[in-house]
Design a protein around this ligand. Structure first.
Ligand code: NDP
Length: 267
């Protein structure tokens, strides 16, 4: 595994295993994306509701890197699903990004609207389609209706929050898993056990957590607006966690979410 490693999706396309997340990057977005691209990232995770697709698009253009070398994900927001504006929402995102297509379009929270996304994929406006914040029960319900199995489920995953049941179901159904808030929005970094393991490997807490997720076969989307951290968060390929340390981190799971459970969230 190295920073160019890609996972194969169930639709035959591939995705780099490390992405830069840009939720709450605010006015730092463009600079963060440029910094990430300069340092080897080839995967950016944004969403319509982050209101920074324009900055992401400008950075991609300014980077000079060919479009087909960068994997871009954006997401369909709940209001657009409810008002039946799925197509318009993707068109608006593409306009903001300055792109003809995205690599992955995700439905942001479990809602109807996926069947419309299947059409958008057929038209080439998005290369892959997937879901976010779907638990096993949402996926079971979805798979009974769809023609195209989602390629990805993007869910909150970090040492204090692992939904093993959903991850297992995704594996069984060849749905790739992406970890959002891989660092628990920063909350996992001060965990004494993580810090102990970080000392053992002479790595930062962030690197230990991100490497743990990669070794579990999960794609990571760490967010930072700081150059040193952006670099650190992809510098993960010159060490391997021993199984006993992977297990120690597995044991930190508290099913503790930073946002409400998708089953009980009024979106
Ligand atoms: P992360 O778990 O990535 O943590 C980000 C926080 O940790 C920021 O405060 C950042 O600070 C800090 N940080 C990052 N790297 C380091 C480091 N090496 N050392 C110390 N601190 C560090 O949180 P997010 O909640 O932002 O999630 C990541 C991405 O996941 C989002 O940007 C978004 O793309 C996606 N996401 C998707 C959701 C969904 O519903 N589908 C929901 C939430 C997130 P700073 O920036 O100041 O460096």
């Amino acid at each position: 595994m190295n920073k160019n490693t890609r996972i194969k999706l169930n639709d035959g396309l591939t995705m780099p295993v490390v992405a830069l997340g840009v939720w709450q990057s605010h006015e730092g977005t463009k600079n963060a994306v440029l910094t990430a691209l300069k340092n080897g990232y080839r995967h950016i995770d944004t969403a319509a509701v982050y209101h920074n697709e324009k900055d992401v698009g400008e950075a991609i253009k300014e980077s000079g890197i060919p479009r087909n070398e960068i994997f871009v994900t954006t997401k369909l927001w709940n209001d657009d699903v409810r008002s039946g504006n799925t197509r318009e929402a993707l068109k608006k995102s593409l306009e903001n990004l300055g792109l003809d297509y995205v690599d992955l379009y995700l439905i942001h929270w479990p809602a109807e609207g996926y069947l419309e996304m299947e059409k958008l994929q057929k038209e080439g406006l998005t290369r892959s389609i997937g879901v976010s914040n779907f638990r096993k029960s949402h996926l079971q319900n979805l798979l009974s209706k769809v023609h195209i199995v989602p390629s990805i489920n993007q869910i909150e995953t970090n040492p204090q929050m692992v939904d093993e049941e959903t991850i297992q179901y995704c594996k069984e159904n060849k749905i790739g898993v992406e970890a959002w808030s891989p660092l628990g929005s920063g909350a996992c970094l001060n965990n004494p056990k993580i810090q102990e393991i970080a000392n053992k490997y002479q790595k930062s807490s962030a690197q230990i957590i991100l490497r743990w997720l990669l070794q579990k076969g999960i794609v990571i989307l760490p967010k930072s607006v700081h150059e040193n951290r952006i670099k650190e968060n992809i510098d993960l390929f010159n060490f391997v966690l021993e199984n006993e340390d992977v297990e120690l981190i597995n044991q930190l799971n508290q099913h503790k979410r930073t946002v409400p459970d998708p089953d009980n969230f009024d979106f």
